[in-house]
Design a protein. Structure first.
Length: 151
């Protein structure tokens, strides 16, 4: 096995591992949120729960956006098949969009909305969705290319 093929297998394996860890983190986040909602009388103080869920959601959203970008880059190098990679990019895009829509909904439906904070929220969400836009640009508008060395 050549060095480049071993490196390719190692990189795609690490990307798959990161994707699996993101899905495990999403499941843990959902479990923590659902169990806290069902046993709200045992959760003290509530602010710590909200902060934990908010920061966890932000980290999962950021990781899912970066994972989608890495997967689309692997598709460009033809390390992954187009069909399998597109399904994976769609999955991580949906995770990120779920967090984006839920944050905007929670922010606008909460009491005491400060309209001065809305542009900051939209800027943060734009920055978190930017890797998804690049990933989908790679998938839709740039054809995967293959390196050839014509010495």
């Amino acid at each position: 096995m050549s060095f480049t093929k071993a490196l390719r297998i190692l990189i795609t394996g690490l990307i798959y591992l990161c994707g699996g860890l993101i899905l495990v983190g999403l499941a843990a986040w959902l479990h923590y949120g659902i169990s806290a909602a069902l046993t709200s009388d045992q959760v003290r103080p509530f602010e710590n729960l909200s902060l934990t869920l908010g920061l966890g959601g932000l980290l999962i959203q950021l990781a899912a956006s970066i994972e989608a970008l890495m997967l689309s880059t692997c598709i460009q190098f033809r390390w992954l098949s187009y069909r399998r990679g597109r399904v994976a990019v769609t999955l991580f895009s949906l995770i990120t969009l779920f967090y984006t829509l839920s944050k905007i909904w929670l922010f606008t439906s909460g009491p005491g909305i400060e309209f001065a904070d809305i542009p900051a929220l939209l800027l943060v969400e734009f920055l978190l969705l930017l890797p998804l836009a690049i990933a989908w640009f790679f998938l839709e508008f740039l054809r995967p290319f293959k390196f050839t060395f014509d010495g």
